[in-house]
Design a protein around this ligand. Structure first.
Ligand code: PLP
Length: 419
């Protein structure tokens, strides 16, 4: 960091400012985490400099002995940790991993069946604004109005009616475990591939606290930077018979040179995720999310599906008469970072939304437990109910911000020398 401070004080200030922001606020974005200093060290390393198009032992550049080793370590660790026959650790992101999976399994124009975006799905699964929705023919399934859980009957009916080439499950705002065996049955019934996007919960799979999709899916895609606590990036796991197609779909079909510094950092994160401490972490992530769901319900914010099995809670704010957009803005003023989110069958448009999504990966990495989650729910409740446009609203938000500072200072995210 001293180098950077001398060479570019402006960017150095940004880094320090971000460190302060992370430390002095409550980070509840469900897709974020605090990576370890070891992961950050691999990321900020000379492996960044190396071109290595191709795969270990089959590169289009010389000088790849060291980066080959890094990639082999990442691949071996991913295969061992998830019991996968094949791993590709080169995708630059979750979106890149999904693009490659589409390319490996389908042709443009093919029908794909995936969860609708407003019901919790991800935009790379067939949304019209994304290549997946422009080049493929997406059919959307959703959740049932009464349980707010995936409507498996609808999935089966749509699969039988549309005979998709690929069925996708795995969402971005869905708090429950997915029945992969049932998805496998439906895919087999219509001779479709099953693609599981495990981005949100792959860390919970590593920690052994949710079921693994690997035995059921043809292809599993994921990010490496959410609960898994690695560098920003993507990864693909698949059966051996699809290995070549997946590898070719990543390089050269959709990517060029792999980011070897990120791949080394993925190797570090995968090693960390293989240890007993990570299992305890994953258990605590879920215990914390459950406690948070109970606390939010107490504050008048109804957890969608009645609770959670994972690291996130989707809360319905309609009873409080506050939109997701206002809740997010009020929380922001109180040093609480979360995001507005549509809820199933949301009467509001997405820019306003009726819900918020909160996740526990960051707070759990900081060492917070259930007792702290009860306090976090109170702080969120107080912030959401404080309208800064009304008398006393701004000062109440300032009081909440003080409460947040008091809490997070007991659980510092990073020591300054770590970054
Ligand atoms: N898939 C799912 C389910 C996600 O939640 C996300 C990101 O939040 C992605 C894919 C995309 O990942 P990335 O932002 O790395 O492209």
């Amino acid at each position: 960091f001293a180098w950077l401070e001398r060479a570019d004080p402006e960017v150095a200030q940004v880094l320090l400012g971000e460190l302060d922001r992370q430390r002095d606020g409550l980070q509840l974005i469900a897709s974020e985490n605090f990576t370890s200093p070891a992961v950050l060290a691999a990321l900020g390393s000379t492996l960044n400099d190396k071109y290595a198009e191709g795969y270990p032992g089959r590169r289009y550049y010389g000088g790849c002995a060291q980066v080959d080793r890094a990639e082999q370590l990442a691949v071996e660790r991913a295969e061992r940790l998830f019991g996968a026959e094949h791993a590709n650790v080169q995708p630059h992101s979750g979106a890149s991993a999904n693009l490659a999976a589409f390319a490996a399994l389908a042709e443009p124009g093919d029908t794909v069946l995936a969860m609708d975006l407003p019901q919790g799905g991800h935009f790379t699964h067939g949304s019209r604004v994304n290549l997946s929705g422009k080049w493929f023919h997406p059919i959307g399934y959703g959740v049932t109005p009464n349980t707010e859980e995936i409507d498996y009957d609808e999935v089966r009916d749509l699969a039988l009616a549309h005979r998709p080439k690929v069925i996708i499950c795995g969402a971005t705002a869905y708090p429950r475990q997915i029945d992969f065996a049932l998805f496998r049955d439906i895919a087999d019934e219509v001779d479709a591939y099953l693609l599981v996007d495990a981005s949100h919960f792959i860390g919970l799979v590593a920690g052994g606290v949710v079921a693994s999709p690997v035995p059921y899916a043809d292809v599993v895609t994921c990010t490496t930077h959410k609960v898994l606590r690695g560098p920003r990036g993507g990864m693909i796991l698949c059966r051996e018979e699809l290995a070549q197609r997946v590898d070719k779909a990543v390089f050269p079909f959709s990517q060029g040179g792999p980011m070897m510094h990120a791949i080394a950092a993925k190797a570090v994160a995968l090693r960390e995720a293989s240890g007993p401490a990570f299992k305890a972490y994953a258990r605590q992530v879920v215990a914390n999310a459950r406690e948070l769901a109970v606390g939010l319900a107490r504050e008048g914010m109804r957890p969608v599906t009645g609770g959670t099995d994972t690291h996130l809670v989707l809360a319905d704010l309609q009873e409080l008469g506050v939109t997701g957009r206002d809740a997010e803005a009020r929380c922001d003023l109180a040093r609480i970072v979360l995001n507005k989110n549509v809820i199933p069958f949301d009467p509001q448009r997405p820019a306003l939304a009726s819900g918020i999504r909160v996740g526990t990966p960051c707070a759990t990495t900081q060492g917070m437990g259930e007792a702290e989650m009860r306090r976090v729910a109170e702080l969120i409740g107080a912030a959401v109910r404080s309208d800064p446009g009304t008398t006393g609203g701004a000062s109440r938000l300032a009081d909440v911000a003080d409460g947040v500072l008091e809490l997070v200072r007991r659980f510092p995210a990073y020591a300054r020398q770590e970054v």
